[in-house]
Design a protein around this ligand. Structure first.
Ligand code: SF4
Length: 580
């Protein structure tokens, strides 16, 4: 964002403050540049500002924990707002929630706040998967795809103004499907620290909270409000092509949380693309499965005809045809991203990736032959049942891709670069691997060393590795229960050291992260009805262990995982999925 844009953003909101009755501060629990690049955060800001008489301003993690927190636009203290709303995409940002509440001048724990404090709301992907680690800090969560639910929630909030806080929260929990009020549930723990029982405080409070779903994705296009300032999509106008993914990769939380798959139509997407084109920047198509978009090729051709440059998040290797590669190259795409995820066929069967070695090599060949000089490859280590052979297979696959890459590059007399991005696998809620153990840090580091050493002997291959320490923290926070809140709060105090705080807490993150869960265990997020049946996830878990493939969502009516049925049941009409 340019200085001029920032200035206009600020000036506009100072002027508008007095014209609005309700003021919400939208908090991103990380630095300004990270938050401004987040499409979900930008979308929630737009949704709040679309509600009549509501004004939404932003706030970001302060540079120093002692800095008082003020809104970005008008510089107001956060206590001036009626509502503080966190948008949280990544579990590791849970660590910043207490820092921001403290910097805003609020008590961190919700039970210590009263009618003199703004209400604290939270939502976003991380919360929709497992909000429990921050449940003690938040008054109310809104879970799932909130486009429609947010307006209804805001109306209820307005109607409840002046009521006691406890009564407001109770009305919200009873009144709207996707609302979760943590203080309205009592949790008993077994001797081993797992959840023994979870009980609503009264019979009118729902035992399960169903996530909100955006049934008609065309009715709510999701695009950048301002171009991202950093990351892979810097200075790019982002257009989300739809929600969900049909492929069922067993490690992918987005693939299960956002079921059923829904794609936006050609006219709606083209309108969004033109909006980006008018801003004179590149337009990035974003989604869990961009290459599954039925209208991808016509969209690319139309954008090219209108002189708009497109870019893409990763493409599935089985979707790359000569025609698509030629269109990408014609668009000026210099780097294509492929995600084999695992090196061996066996490992790809376990994770249900559904692509063969031959398809990966062919995709690399097709892209480079079309004139796309650079390839970026995503892999993971630490996947369930992984052996040393599977890890070494990553190196062998990159070596074989390099051979293909060189053969095709020579035709163009130009040799680009292969970049390998390596991450540790983190078991996520609402996936078939939610019961799986994560590798310990030392095991992951050993696996990273194997890949690093192997790739070190291949010229022109760059390796980037996400720090194992960050992945292990993510592994802990992703599946932690409410007791982790005390740990998070103490670790957020100025000068606190994580290891020391852990030692004093009696909680053992290393054990929690690496232990196997049984089907009978009550998982902290089991109270969330994400529409995909738990029995389906367990069946997929067992199929993973016996290396069995499960086909993608069919193009005809289906009731396999439960997601389509519940969406149709809730509305009484078709849900805008890909079914025909
Ligand atoms: S019910 Fe069938 S088509 Fe619908 S999301 Fe589940 S597996 Fe896919």
């Amino acid at each position: 964002m340019s200085g001029r844009d920032r200035h206009s953003l600020k000036g506009a909101s100072i002027h508008r403050w007095r014209l609005h009755r309700h003021h919400v501060a939208l908090l991103y629990p990380n630095r300004h540049a990270v938050g401004m690049s987040n499409l979900g955060f930008q979308t929630v800001r737009r949704l709040f500002n679309q509600i009549p008489e509501w004004l939404c301003e932003m706030a970001f993690l302060p540079e120093h924990p002692h800095d008082p927190l003020r809104s970005f636009e008008s510089g107001r203290p956060l206590q001036d707002f009626d509502l503080l709303a966190f948008s949280i995409s990544f579990e590791n940002d849970y660590l910043h929630v207490p820092v921001m509440l403290r910097a805003a001048g609020l008590p961190v724990f919700s039970e210590k706040r009263d009618e003199t404090h703004p209400l604290v709301l939270a939502g976003g992907v991380a919360c929709s998967l497992n909000p429990e680690p921050i449940a003690d800090f938040i008054d109310v969560f809104l879970l799932g795809e909130v486009e429609n639910a947010l307006g209804r929630w805001a109306m209820l909030f307005e109607n409840l103004q002046g009521r006691r806080r406890s009564s407001v929260l109770r009305e919200m929990a009873v009144g709207i499907d996707a609302v979760y009020v943590p203080s309205l549930y009592e949790i008993a723990y077994a001797d081993d620290g797992t959840i023994g029982s979870r009980t609503p405080v009264s019979p009118d409070i729902p035992e399960k909270v169903r996530t909100a779903v955006l049934q008609d994705v065309d009715a709510s296009p999701t695009t950048s409000e301002f171009p991202a300032s950093q990351g892979a999509f810097a200075d790019t106008f982002l257009v989300e092509i739809g929600r969900g993914c049909p492929h069922g990769c067993r490690f992918c939380s987005a693939g299960f949380l956002y079921r059923p798959p829904r794609y936006r139509s050609f006219p709606v997407l083209m309108d969004s693309i033109r909006k980006g084109g008018r801003q004179g920047v590149r337009v990035g198509l974003l989604g869990t499965a961009v290459s599954d978009l039925p209208d991808l090729l016509p969209l690319c051709l139309e954008a090219r005809r209108e002189g708009i440059v497109l870019s893409f998040s990763s493409l599935r290797v089985d979707a790359i045809t000569d025609e698509l590669a030629a269109v990408l190259a014609g668009q000026g795409v210099k780097t294509a991203t492929l995600a084999p995820e695992a090196g061996s066929e066996r490992m790809r069967r376990v994770i249900n990736k559904g692509i063969t070695e031959a398809q990966i090599f062919q995709a690399a060949r097709t892209l480079v032959r079309a004139g796309i000089a650079n390839l970026k490859l995503y892999f993971m280590v630490g996947l369930p049942t992984e052996t040393t052979d599977d890890v070494e297979a990553i190196v062998e696959m990159v070596r074989a891709i390099k051979v293909v890459f060189l053969e095709e590059s020579r035709i163009h007399r130009k040799i680009g670069t292969i970049s390998v991005s390596l991450n540790a696998f983190v078991p996520k809620p609402v996936t078939p691997f939610q019961w799986a153990p994560m590798d310990a840090a030392n095991v992951l580091q050993q696996k990273v060393r194997i890949v690093r050493k192997g790739l070190g002997s291949i010229a022109n291959v760059n390796l980037s590795v996400e720090p194992v320490r960050d992945s292990v923290m993510q592994g802990f926070l992703s599946r932690a229960n409410r007791r982790a809140g005390v740990l998070i709060e103490r670790a957020a105090r100025p000068g606190a050291q994580w290891n020391e705080v852990v030692r004093q807490s009696g909680i053992k993150p290393d054990v929690e992260t690496t232990r196997k869960r049984d089907y009978s265990e009550v998982l902290p997020w089991d109270f969330i009805d994400s529409r995909v049946k738990r029995t389906f996830l367990w069946r997929e878990h067992l199929r993973a262990l016996s290396e069995k493939r499960t086909p993608p969502c069919p193009s005809t009516a289906c009731s396999v995982c439960g997601a389509c049925a519940t969406v149709i049941d809730r509305t009484g009409h078709d849900n805008g999925t890909h079914h025909s």
